[in-house]
Design a protein around this ligand. Structure first.
Ligand code: NI
Ligand code: MN
Length: 225
C-alpha cells in the first residue's frame, strides 16, 4: 500500500516501502499539518526549487533523520556548501534510481531564487515510482504542452498539481494539465495558504469533470492506494 499524506501547501509525504517527503515546508507554513521534529525516519527528501515555501525544513529533517536530499545538481551543491552535514543526490532533468526508488526530474516553468536573491538551479517537478505507484509532483509551474509527454512516457497514476494561481497555474490551467497528463487521480495543492493564492478546489474539480478523479485533501489528510 502507498499512502500520500498532504502536509499543507506543496508538502507531501509518500509512504510505502520507503518514506519520501517532497517540499517539506512546515516551519512558518500557516497550513502545516506537521512539525519537522515529527519525522524520525525519512529515506528521501525531494526538493523542487529554492523558494522558501519548498526547501522549507529540508535541511533540518535531513540532519535529524539522515534522509538523502534529492535536488537539481546546483541546488544540491548550494545546500551542501551552506549547511553541510547532509547527504545530497544532485541530478538534472532525467531519470535515475535512488535506493530502489525510480525518480524522474522533469522541467517546471518557474524561477528558483535562493536566500541571496540570485537563481540557484532551475525549478523542477518529480515523477516518482514507489511500489508500483507513479506519482507526479509538478512543483510550482505554469501548464505546458510537454506534460503530455510525461503521461506518455511514465503513465501517471496520481498527479499533485498547484491550483492557486499568481505564482503557478490556476484552476483552469491545472484542469488543462490534467487533460495532458491523463492521471487517474489528481490532488490539488499550493492554494489557500495565503490570500494571493486563495482558490476554491471545488471549482477545479468541476473543471476537471470526468477527466480524472479529483481528491481534495485537507492538510493532514491521507490518500491511500
Ligand atoms: Ni516557487
Ligand atoms: Mn511556491
Amino acid at each position: 500500500m502507498v499512502k500520500i499524506r498532504f502536509l499543507g501547501h506543496a508538502a507531501f509525504e509518500i509512504e510505502g516501502s520507503k518514506r519520501i517527503l517532497i517540499d517539506p515546508f512546515l516551519t512558518g507554513n500557516p497550513a502545516a499539518a506537521a512539525k519537522p521534529e515529527d519525522f524520525d525516519s525519512v529515506d528521501l527528501i525531494l526538493v523542487t526549487h529554492m523558494h522558501g515555501d519548498h526547501v522549507g525544513d529540508t535541511v533540518e529533517i535531513a540532519q535529524n533523520t539522515g534522509a538523502k536530499i534529492v535536488a537539481m545538481y546546483d541546488i544540491a551543491n548550494y545546500l551542501v556548501e551552506k549547511r553541510r552535514n547532509i547527504t545530497t543526490v544532485g541530478m538534472n532533468y532525467g531519470p535515475t534510481e535512488v535506493d530502489g526508488v525510480k525518480i524522474v526530474q522533469v522541467p517546471a516553468w518557474h524561477s528558483s531564487g535562493g536566500e541571496e536573491g540570485f537563481m540557484v538551479g532551475n525549478a523542477c517537478g518529480y515523477i516518482v515510482e514507489l511500489d508500483g505507484v507513479t506519482v507526479y509532483h509538478a512543483g510550482d509551474t505554469f501548464v505546458f504542452k510537454d506534460m503530455e509527454l510525461f503521461g506518455e512516457l511514465y503513465g501517471i497514476y496520481v498527479a499533485l498539481l498547484p491550483i492557486g494561481g499568481h505564482f503557478t497555474m490556476g484552476p483552469m490551467e491545472a484542469a488543462k494539465a490534467v487533460e495532458l497528463l491523463k492521471p487517474r487521480y489528481v490532488i490539488p495543492m499550493h492554494y489557500n495558504t495565503w490570500p494571493p493564492i486563495a482558490k476554491d478546489p471545488e471549482e477545479f474539480k468541476k473543471l476537471v469533470g470526468d477527466k480524472a478523479e479529483v481528491v481534495i485533501l485537507k492538510p493532514g489528510e491521507t490518500f491511500e492506494l
